[in-house]
Design a protein around this ligand. Sequence first.
Ligand code: FES
Length: 583
Amino acid sequence: MADPTDNDDRRDAPAGMKKGLTHYGDTGFSLFLRKAFIKGAGYTDAALDRPVIGIADTGSDYNPCHGNAPQLVEAVKRGVMLAGGLPMAFPTVSIHESFAAPTSMFQRNLMSMDTEEMIRAQPMDAVVLIGGCDKTVPAQLMGAASAGLPAIQLITGSMLTGSHRGERVGACTDCRRYWGKFRAGEIDEQETADVNNQLVASVGTCSVMGTASTMACIAEALGMTVPGGASPPAVTADRIRVAEESGSRAVQMAKDRLTIDKILTPAAFENAMRVLLAIGGSTNGIVHLAAIAGRVGLEIDMQALDRMGRETPVLLDLKPSGQHYMEDFHHAGGVATLLRALKPLLKLEALTVTGRTLGEELERAGPGFAQDVVRSMDRPIFPQGGIAVLRGNLAPGCAIIKQSAADPRLMEHEGRAVVFENAEDLANRIDSDDLDVVADDVLVLKNIGPKGAPGMPEAGYIPIPMKLARAGVKDMVRISDGRMSGTAFGTIVLHVTPEAAVGGPLAQVRNGDRIRLSVSKREISLLVPDAELAKRMKENVVAEPRAERGYLKLFLQTVTQADQGVDFDFLRAARITGKIPRS
Ligand code: FES
């Protein structure tokens, strides 16, 4: 076992209730006052002498993905008490995808700041972070990475699947599928209302390999959850046991001073990237990993990530790339089954929250068993990693495509651009019978990047124009500087960097221009001469969006591009010390 306490010079630092005293100019008085107030809640000196474990409680009536938070908090507290600690739950910002305007990504950095500052401000020796819905886990990992304490991620867990007229359904791939059927006139309003009751069958996060499931798997691959922490559904006994174990583990981490920087190493990030690729994970996973890595001074090398993708097959048979749901993945052994299959490609020396390495935890997980959700390396779902990195004059920074969810017929494609200037323009014209569009065209949506929308909404899943959908067209090449939900599918180029709103070449695309996508060559090109592109840039100078006040002003002034995780520049580590992946 690795010794996580090596070279720790903080053993004599104040701990428990003595930590981070409020400044009154007299430390004795500060502690006296703090204890007086907390005793108002009925605590004894014996309780207050224990290691304090903070619990970031993100329960909210606006967040059904965290609907089990009260049970999880109770179980974490039990685990903390069993291990001799004092649990202290505290609220933070909670974000649900469908209840956050203009888009949840706009609030992710706010939640990370809230998490970081409340960990810093309040006395605690370790923290359990309860997160699940898409932006919450990255926000918590970003904040905790900057705060620097021992931290452990507790996932809320996935929802159960439902049943509609004999067919198994789950959010949100099936939400999109049924909405597509409605738009195409294949189902009526009554059936649309009926399926709406079945798509989310319980509290918990989306049941497919969307961003929430992706981030759960990434958190476990990073070593930030207890083993098996990613996959138990929200309403199961397994999930409650994981919560109790997380509480107990946090106490030990506090005693060992197993701080987050010992876990979030380059090796851990490489494992997370392997897992992201092998699960056919959400493209959002790259943005969030870049943001978390940026907090500890690491930058993602997109070309190296693409090379990693070429040698990492998709092994997990989950929607939208495959056919199963998260609860099936859990029954198949969860992340341990996947890691066993990926073992030759992993950095087994990476430390986890247990104080043991990933390799040691894999040994402890024992042998696998027969199942049909995780494939072996010689029988993959898709021969390469789910995500490919593209470059070209349309995306000099980079762009990405989730090739495992794309139509193979469109991965090498040239077509005429049909341009929408922004999300409003798209909404106004996409379903018009007058729209000049055919199935071979390339739909281009500008100004939905980090600054453009703002907040880089998941609007990159541009709908198929109504008249083509009704004619049976299921997929087209679509390009934007925005993001796409991990539950979506199609031949969709995303995260075009630099975005249109900061003057990227995407801003200069015009109706009728030819665009070439070649996934095999990793190319996305605007087929106009360089001189013409330069002329357009000179004549059409883009004015960056600004705001007068408030969080929007801070956001627009400091948000970075997709390749830096859409984090605020002042929240990233002061110095970048390395690139990942290294191999
Ligand atoms: Fe919360 Fe999908 S909406 S995980």
